[in-house]
Design a protein around this ligand. Sequence first.
Ligand code: SF4
Length: 486
Amino acid sequence: MKYHLVILGCQMNRSDSERVRTVIDQLGYHWTDVEEEADLLGVVACSVRQKAIDKAYSRIHRWNTWKQDRNVLTFVSGCMLPADRKKFLKRFDFVFTMNELPQFPDMLRQYGVVTPLTVAPDQLAGTARPTAGMATEGGAKPPAEPYQSAAVISAAALTRPRAAANRPVMTGLWQVAASPTSPCEAFVPIQNGCDKFCTFCAVPYTRGREVSRPSADILREVARLLEQGFQSITLLGQNVNSYGRDKPGAEMDFATLLNAVGELGRQSGRRVWTYFTSPHPRDMTPDVIDAVVRHASLAKQIHLPLQSGDDKVLLRMNRQHSVGQYRAIVELIRARLPEATLFTDIIVGFSGETEAQSESTCRVMAEIAFNMAYVTMYSPRPGAASSRWKDTVPLDEKRRRLQAINATLQQGARAANERLVGRTLPVLVTGRDPKHGCLTGLTEGKINVRIDLDDPAWIGQFIDTTITAAATMSLAGEPARATATA
Ligand code: SF4
């Protein structure tokens, strides 16, 4: 029996989906890239962008048409607004929150599905893998009619009271070990939800209030990934540097956690790059930067969302920081971590943004000279506070502002890349570019590099690479010395 997942949204969803894969693998299903072959089809949804929600609806519409001819089971989980969850109940066979993931095998059993393997829920923790060679015992029982929802657990999820201060108790998802899909890069969730309530963002309504994962769990998972040989580890959360604040006195703060993770990297005795994303400027304390300075295993790359270079827009966005405060953090990073690359997020054409305010963002971009920025045109996100405000900037004008900001970004990024030409840097090989017949990888600062070598045996390893050319957003180089098969 085969399964296929459609993963929408951000890195958090990608990380969550690696845990979904563990649970489904343990049921004895096998992954397929081909949706049409799958018996079990799932969406890891994202309610944050309308486009992502539209994709979830179009997928389930298509999958439900297949039910006329064969047994197909469907589920949806992930980041969902309550309104979307209600609608999904009518379309998917199973709707559950990520925290209910360990109960998914029970939901299938209640539905009458016999899977190739039967596992007890407590086997879902840790890294237990399916026993090879067991035969399929049966097939999926078709639902009585298409579009009928099982709603086994999901109805409870809709009505379940939240814990104190509306903070869900996140125990389920984090009990499940991830099944990383990359040979060298792994993600470790350290928190879920967000307390910041930026006016353009629906995350506090889809994922709920901030909940920190116990540090002992995080450190155990990092230690295991190091033992397994992962070279790149990313600590993930919506607001990583407010880690621990939901459990004052009972949990360490983010800088202490970073120091502990850095120490594990040192003890591993090999090169590892540990990243964290995304921090919030308001919570970016000097001791976080000190930890990155102190530990070689904490990568010298900081992703710090700015969103706008204008104080009035930042206020309307409820970002809780000013341009001046952001600039002071950047000055500290540049002084203490001169080699670090700096990435950011920018929204152009936010509700009420004037041309002059957009130009302020361009000026700040030019001044800071980011290595990379994820620049998006504003669109109202369902559930977010600003979705009730007028979307004042016409699409053409948003496009024009986007181009201006991207042009500014590219100037700064290219200049920084040109300064690397002639230097020899370690590059983590992450894949192969068949079109150019070469390997592709990332520097510690997460700049893409094309390496003049076509030997896939190096994927997942470091190659010391001499940089020979710089483009706007990437580099090219050759192995620093004769490089035999890895
Ligand atoms: S900090 Fe703001 S943008 Fe980031 S997840 Fe929280 S509410 Fe959304």
